[in-house]
Write a protein that binds this ligand. Structure first.
Ligand SMILES: Cc1cc2nc3c(=O)[nH]c(=O)nc-3n(C[C@H](O)[C@H](O)[C@H](O)COP(=O)(O)O)c2cc1C
Length: 178
C-alpha cells in the first residue's frame, strides 16, 4: 500500500456504467441529451437516484429550469451517439437529429425517452447540492421503461477482464460484459 491519490482514484473509478439525461429545452422546442458517468442510487423507498453535472453544461441550465428529466441507459451498439451527446452542446446542436435516435413521449415528465436505449427512467428533481465543480442532483424516479431485446448496457472501461471492448473515442474506452 502506497500513498498515491491520483492512482487510487483511477483504480476505483472504472468500469463505470454510462447513462444520459434528457431535458426539455423550451427555447429550442426540443429535448437535449447529455452523457453522464457520475450517478448512483440513493434510496429504494422512495426510489431516488443522484447524478452530477458541471454548471456550465446546457443540460444543467435546462434541469434547473424544468426540474424533471429522463435518465436513459444506452446499449453496447450506441457508442458513437453517446460520444456525440458527451462532446457537443445542445445550445448549438440538435442531438436527437444528429444521432438519429428516436424521441418518444414520456408518460409523466415533460421530456422525451430515447427509444433506442435499454432503459429509460422518468425522474423529478428533488434536491440540488453544490459539491465543488459539479452540482449533485437528487431525483425521484417516477416511471421506468425497458426494452425487451437482449442488448447489454454500456460501460466506460480501463482494461478489465470480462468486458468486451466495443469502441474507443477521445481517450474513452467503451465496453459491455462479455
Ligand atoms: C463518457 C462521458 C461521461 C461524462 N460524464 C459527465 C458527467 O458525469 N457530468 C458532466 O457534467 N459531464 C459529463 N460528461 C461531459 C458532457 O456529457 C458534455 O460536456 C456534454 O457535451 C454537455 O452537453 P450539454 O451542454 O448539451 O448539456 C461526460 C462525457 C462523456 C463522453
Amino acid at each position: 500500500m502506497k500513498a498515491d491519490l491520483a492512482q487510487a482514484i483511477k483504480r476505483c473509478s472504472k468500469p463505470e456504467r454510462v447513462c444520459m439525461a434528457v431535458c426539455y429545452d423550451e427555447e429550442n422546442s426540443r429535448s437535449n441529451i447529455i452523457t453522464l458517468g457520475w450517478k448512483m442510487w440513493t434510496s429504494l423507498r422512495p426510489r431516488m437516484i443522484a447524478f452530477s453535472m458541471v454548471p456550465t453544461r446546457h443540460s444543467h441550465h435546462l434541469l434547473m429550469k424544468e426540474k424533471q428529466c429522463v435518465l436513459a441507459w444506452p446499449g453496447e451498439d450506441m457508442v458513437k451517439g453517446v460520444m456525440l451527446c458527451g462532446t457537443a452542446s445542445g445550445r448549438s446542436v440538435d442531438k436527437f437529429k444528429e444521432t438519429g435516435w428516436t424521441p418518444l413521449p414520456a408518460r409523466i415528465v415533460n421530456t422525451s425517452l430515447i427509444e433506442e436505449c435499454v432503459v429509460n427512467l422518468e425522474c423529478k428533481l428533488e434536491h440540488t447540492l453544490v459539491t465543488g465543480d459539479h452540482t449533485l442532483f437528487v431525483a425521484s424516479v417516477v416511471e421506468g421503461h425497458v426494452t425487451d431485446d437482449k442488448r447489454r448496457v454500456l460501460f466506460t472501461i480501463k482494461d478489465e477482464a470480462h468486458f468486451k471492448h466495443v469502441g474507443s473515442q477521445k481517450g474513452y474506452n467503451f465496453g459491455a460484459f462479455s
